[in-house]
Design a protein around this ligand. Sequence first.
Ligand code: HEC
Ligand code: HEC
Length: 446
Amino acid sequence: MIPSTHPSSVASRGIAAGSLSSTAPAVSRPPAIGWSWLAVGVVVTVAIATTGCGGAPAASFRANLVESTKQRLTPQQESQVATVMLALFGTPDEPVALPETGLDQAKLTLAAGPVRSDIVGRKNGLYREHCAHCHGITGDGLGPTAAFLNPYPRDYRPGVFKFKSTERADKPTRDDLVRLLHNGVPGTSMPSFALLSETQIDALVEYVKYLSIRGETELALARAFFELDDDAKGELPQTREFLVDEMLTPVADKWRAADEARIPVPEMPADIDMAASIAKGKELFYGDKANCVKCHGVTGLGDGQANDYDDWNKNIVEITKEIDGTAERAREAKTSGMTEEQRAEHRANIAWVNRFHGVLDGDALQPRTIPPRNLRQGIYRGGRRPLDLYYRIHAGINGAPMPAAKGTVPPEDIWHIVNYVRSLPYGFDGELGADRSTTSVQRDRM
Ligand code: HEC
Ligand code: HEC
């Protein structure tokens, strides 16, 4: 679990200086455009990674072994990804913000590295102090406490965020992340950081973006091998055009576009008849267009369809199915009649299955289903302003089964659903509520 000592982490074993010459042969070729720049970056960051600061063991990012094993990368290819990642993004102690990332190096410096104070007593290492024990040094959601939490801390690497003011598939705005850190995620272990200063929150937001851009670029690199033609001999092109312009920049551009992706919200009429609006919202909630009842249940307790997963857990469920299927086919295969080629493939499949079991043990958490929210509790992870509920219902929740009402319900009608949802925590007992449990176990008595 501890990233720097994790036995199977490519990041901790693969970027020793010695492996560079054997796995990045482009170094010795005539430099392609931008390669000299990349090589300088690698040399500098390797020096930092191997010596560390002040003698303390240097922290390293964990490689995304689940993805590289899924893509069946060879050890050489994994090592190539690790080398490129080091050059593009640096290390947890010395993060690098290329101009293409749009990130502010000074803010990253404040958030990165071990917990310490600088010469004027300013706290550095904020991410490791406040976030890493849950989200992991790499932002992979695999910090030491992660396994004990439900829901699991977020893995930033796929770049999927749930609670925001932008359309479903878009990134959150800076303001969304600032608000999130101020409020925490109510009803989960994600705490509020309202006691930190604005500067500190700002630095942490920048660092989350950095980890997410880094993680999404790593995913793009791991998937890029798939599309290489035979001439490439299974190696990624070592050019700035490919590594920065094609792999990194599109990821960073999505973050830049967030401000333009804000959800347009119509004003709720000031003279709205609240009772009528709630009644209309109720109709929509149970109707077959919005069909909220399918998941949130006839009582709104969240006891409808509850056997689905969010994207992070679903990924592991699907991978496990794929491994089991491959293992099953390998068991049933009759090796006697195989050609030499088929036999080699058979052996490779068995090796892949065995390796993947090991990777899942160390680099993934046991999948957990995501129950639809109990709407009688009045606890909303993405915030309880009517506006927050509008965003959630309009766009759905990215990465979760909760679908968007956009397209099926007209914008003004979404306000009616918001008003109905807001009335639910009080529904059984009137405006003041009462000392009654709102858990689904007790629903028969309600
Ligand atoms: C005690 C564990 C814990 C700590 C500490 C913690 N988080 Fe989280 N965080 C979570 C959990 C759990 C979630 C997932 C909530 C969910 O999916 O509903 C989460 C979600 C998030 C998200 C995703 C929100 C979204 O819209 O999808 C971000 C961003 C985030 N945390 C940032 C941080 C930062 C930055 C820090 C440190 C300042 C931090 N967290 C500290 C547990 C933690
Ligand atoms: C396919 C199942 C499904 C349907 C249909 C569905 N939801 Fe959800 N809903 C969920 C799940 C799952 C969550 C929890 C997501 C999470 O925690 O990330 C959720 C969460 C919510 C939340 C909590 C938001 C927060 O900030 O905590 C609200 C409010 C909500 N749904 C309202 C609705 C409404 C209104 C509709 C109909 C327009 C609807 N849902 C339709 C599955 C569904």
